[in-house]
Design a protein around this ligand. Structure first.
Ligand SMILES: NC(=O)c1ccc[n+]([C@@H]2O[C@H](COP(=O)([O-])OP(=O)(O)OC[C@H]3O[C@@H](n4cnc5c(N)ncnc54)[C@H](O)[C@@H]3O)[C@@H](O)[C@H]2O)c1
Length: 334
């Protein structure tokens, strides 16, 4: 199959492009390089430009009339920035996505896979969430994702567009061949911070929030290896029509996580085991807007796509550490 991957120069997009290739498919990348590095595109078919550039989308489809599906990953993704710059987030993630979907539908490219997020879920007792659970998106970023879920559901009800919405939990780790991984200079997420503390790039790792109502007081997340997440996209593309035939709907939402909740303290313990020595730790108050967390009920992913996560948190930590040693060669910076 040939698959248009918007945001294919990014962290998850580049690794998904690789997984598609390994499964015998051909990714066609559309990315503005707003944040993703050109080095991650490698030798793939690549169009540099904006998702809302309708003439560019038309040219891509003219040159690749055999595109079977679109994976729409292109977005702005930094939560605190979305609080400071809501206009840019609603414009790029909502208004531009709408233009893209309208153009794709006009061109008859009706299969759309959309990258959504577990950050939409309201806090739930026990922390295990199913797709129908209540939502309470806490930031402008999360609200753009919620809006696009609603937009896709409405478009799919009214037109030939069909949508499979994947709610990613917490992707960590790197491409298995270390060709891509986290590329931001100072990652704000927990594993990125741990890697920096372990490598002496910061004095200590700070656990933000130790009084949450969890088994050890720290936040719960569902850390899914990005390579497993990439495989979920391969399955979703291959089984797109079957997935919607089994639900009997024109759009559907699927959690993509491991099904295991891991606290920050548990992640630190795994990290120290894989890294082989202790990391300096400090404790601090929760950051504004930090959620207690959630982990995925993954029954739907298994039932509809035949997909389950295969790799462990330790595998992902090892791959994040290996990428931290290697990324200078790919990116030109530590
Ligand atoms: N990383 C996570 O923890 C996470 C969790 C849940 C959901 N997601 C979603 O997964 C998707 C991919 O995330 P990522 O971590 O790989 O992010 P990323 O920033 O590495 O990738 C996004 C890519 O989109 C491109 N882009 C942004 N706006 C564009 C536009 N208007 N036109 C063309 N290209 C544009 C960027 O240049 C970048 O390469 C996003 O939609 C994100 O919201 C990510």
């Amino acid at each position: 199959m040939k698959v248009l991957v918007t945001g294919g120069a990014g962290y998850i997009g580049s690794i998904t492009a690789k997984a598609l290739e390994q499964a015998g498919h051909t990714p066609v990348i559309l990315d503005s390089l707003l944040s993703g590095p050109l080095a991650f595109v490698r030798d793939r078919i690549f169009y540099e430009g904006d998702i809302a550039d309708r003439s560019l989308v038309r040219r891509i489809v003219e040159e690749h009339p055999d595109i079977d599906a679109t994976i729409h990953m292109a977005a702005r993704i930094i939560v605190p920035e979305s609080v400071e710059k809501p206009y840019e987030y609603y414009r790029d993630n909502v208004a531009k996505s709408l233009e893209l979907f309208d153009e794709l539908t006009a061109l008859g490219l009706n299969r759309v896979l959309f990258s959504s997020s577990a950050s939409l879920y309201a806090t739930k007792e026990g922390f295990e969430v199913v797709e129908d659970d209540p939502l309470d998106p806490p930031s402008p970023y999360a609200r753009t994702k919620h809006m696009m879920e609603q937009v896709l559901t409405d478009l799919a009800a009214a037109s030939d567009l069909r949508a499979v919405i994947l709610r990613y939990f917490n992707p960590i780790g790197s491409d298995p061949d270390l060709e891509s991984g986290i590329y931001v200079k100072e990652p704000s997420h927990v594993l990125g911070q741990l890697v920096m503390a372990a490598r002496g790039q910061k004095d200590a790792f700070t656990i933000t929030g130790v009084d949450h109502p969890t088994r050890d007081g720290t936040g719960v997340r569902d850390y899914v290896h990005v390579w497993d997440l990439a495989q979920a996209h391969v399955r979703a593309v291959e089984r797109f029509d079957d997935v919607l035939a089994s639900t009997g709907t024109t759009s559907t939402i699927i959690n993509v996580g491991t099904g295991e909740g891991v606290t920050v303290r548990e992640l630190v313990a795994s990290f120290e085991r894989v890294f082989g020595s202790a990391v300096p730790i400090e404790e601090g108050p929760p950051r504004p807007g930090d959620a207690v967390g959630a982990y995925a009920n993954v029954d739907r992913a298994a039932e509809l796509m035949g997909w389950r996560a295969d790799l462990s948190v330790d595998d992902a930590i090892a791959s994040a550490l290996a990428w931290a040693d290697k990324r200078h060669e790919v990116l030109g910076y530590e």
